[in-house]
Design a protein around this ligand. Structure first.
Ligand code: NI
Length: 190
């Protein structure tokens, strides 16, 4: 049980592909995941990938809380519900693999514990299938859409050395959360 230091954008461990885990049921993998859970709970994010705690292994954890507030995202109507957003319990995935289902993508704001204080609008596949292995060695095989699909794509990108700004196609939407929340300037009255 330990809260680990989170690597920030630019650190080499975040810029290279992580290694596949030979035995997902090994005790050291469970210890790593327990520390990642402590770290995520402390930091308050939705997900964490092992490279973010300086371990170049293909392990991610994530969850989607019930009623996730979209008001956090600049450019999104406050509290606007996404019909595809449902709660996802805390999930541990070792050696995850993502398969996009169709070409549809959607744009929404993301943040990352490795890029503290920043946010940006990122295109992601709207529907995916993902597979992986649990700490018990059981296979997870799910289809996901909406915010669930987005979180999985974000976390798995970390395993390939990719951070969300590298997925953005409009860097004018990348900025500090506090600044991006400012209302646009009022129209000039004549
Ligand atoms: Ni991240």
């Amino acid at each position: 049980m330990a809260i680990l230091k989170i690597a920030r954008m630019g650190h080499p461990v975040l810029r290279r592909p992580a290694e596949a885990v030979a035995d997902p049921t090994a005790p050291q993998v469970r210890r790593l995941v327990e520390d990642m859970l402590d770290t995520l709970a402390d930091a308050g994010g939705l997900g964490l990938a092992a490279p973010q705690v300086h371990v170049a292994s293909r392990v991610v954890i994530f969850h989607v809380p019930e009623g996730r507030a979209r008001a956090e995202s600049p450019g999104t109507a406050a509290g606007e519900p996404d019909p595809e957003d449902g709660a996802v319990p805390l999930t541990v995935l070792v050696n995850p693999v993502i398969e996009p289902l169709g070409e549809d993508r959607n744009l929404a704001f993301e943040g990352c514990l490795s890029i503290p204080g920043m946010t940006g609008a990122v295109p992601r596949f709207s529907r995916i299938r993902y597979t992986g292995v649990t700490l018990e060695g059981e296979t997870v095989d799910r289809t996901a859409s909406g915010f669930h699909a987005r979180v999985v794509q974000h976390e798995c990108d970390h395993l390939d050395g990719i951070l969300y700004p590298q997925r953005m196609d409009d860097l004018s939407t990348f900025g500090f959360v506090e600044e991006m929340r400012r209302p646009p300037p009022a129209a000039e009255a004549d």
